[in-house]
Design a protein around this ligand. Sequence first.
Ligand SMILES: [Zn+2]
Length: 562
Amino acid sequence: MNDEARMTNEYSSPNDECLSGGFGAASGFVLRHLSLIRNSVIRPSLFLLLLFPLTLHGADNLGVLGSKPKWEVLEHYQETITHDEFTHLINDVYCTHGFAADLIKIDNDAAQILANRESHNVFTLRFAPDANSEAHTPRLWRPAKSLPSAKPGKPLLGLRVALDPGHLGGKWAKMEERWFQVGDTKPVTEGDLTLRVSRMLASRLRKLGATVLYVRNSTDPITPKRPGDFKKLARKILIRNGLPQPRMGGDVLDPNDPEKEQTIRWQSEMLFYRYSEIRRRALLVNTKLHPDLVLCLHFNAEGWGDPSKPTLIDNNHLHLLVNGSYLQEELDLDDERFEMIRRLLSRAYDEELPIADTVALSMAKATGLPPYQYPTTLTTTKVGSSGYVYARNLLATRLYRCPVVYCEPYVMNSKDGFARIQAGDYDGLKEINGVARKSIFREYADSVAEGLAEYYRNREAYNAPTAARISSIVTSRDKFAEPIFDVTTNRISPRSNFLSNLSASKIFCRGKFGGSFVGNSNFCKRSTIALRCFSGRPALFIETSHAATIPKLTASPCEIPW
Ligand SMILES: [Zn+2]
């Protein structure tokens, strides 16, 4: 479950995705702030949380436990991006819900980004005049194309991948509200399930040649803080949000107390296990581990009600998340706006989206799960071509400074998911609810490993000048050339390598295709594809690098009208 969500970004609890409560139980002080909240249907108990970022730091204008942004760092990104690419990433990925006009102003040559709400300081980002004159993008992670050559059987050779098993599990599982139990069966605790999958996945990835790093490899928190360290802050937050005398909440919280969120205990626990813990994990990732990719591993859930009498449901599904789709309230915070721009400029999206798409299709094939459909489009935006990937602004996907793919397979309290979790790990197949299945843990680990292998197997590439030179030779001389990785050609054969104008224009209209066109940005690529569609020429080369990793395209070829 992606409870690392920013509070304003559809804050998740076990019940989060089916926000079923009305406003009935909300107390008056909360209702006064209703106009600040965009989500029209949300559990009343979430109101306090939704309000923190707006009031917690006052003049500092920072998110919970956020630190002051260092805008001067972004000087290193001057002229690394063109106007078109920047605009595309802002409109189609990061600010899909719009943004206030005073936050970001985009001119032809530069963007003006508000750096500090209080002082009205502005950061000016100068654009590269065109894709060929883009300055080098500084970053510590390496895209697939910059890794050393893979060897047969070792598609992940050279890759540094960090595994981030979601939550803590163990003795913390109840506090995290990641615990439920059906009768006398083994309790289901997400943090333990994700750790188990991570360990299995680690051995598979090592076999494929990767260097595997753990963000967490036990049920101990990474943060040295504990709930007790946040009591003062929790009290302050509750007072600022209109509770003049917040109650402590007893030694043990009643999970069914409808007003538990208004207690100091509940707030300080959440500051510990979510905000402090994930920010500390980010510090570890960014300053010690330096991975090329982080995989956040979770299991999903839908509202289970009373954890000791949980509801089991029929729904079971899969989705993956990458960073993006910021809410306007999130963009208002100085630190989040900075983190969004830094992430955009690092171009992590160019790498994490095709990885997420490839892994999603591998997981979909193995699990047979349908894509999850969010009940509202207020916080997420569907991206990519697989149908399984969403952009969403979670703490982990925003703060880890490298490509991050966040996996949310299996609904733990679905009848199928629950039965498979209870069956534990085993060799081979076992019949569960009438179907022969692999162990849920092995299926998860195997399919993620296969997806990554598939993506990184195709890493061989020419550098841009070489690819451009080969492209010009091929385009001028050879209409029937064999597909060459990362090289653009005029080839019109074989037919199975092309989509029809109709299919291509559909893909273009969705605006999500990320192929590879030498020397041009994604934005230009898509315009080129469109141009070809509209001029009635063969539309889409699928032998381009990213397309080659999108089975959906190869599965529906041969619709060429000419
Ligand atoms: Zn989770």
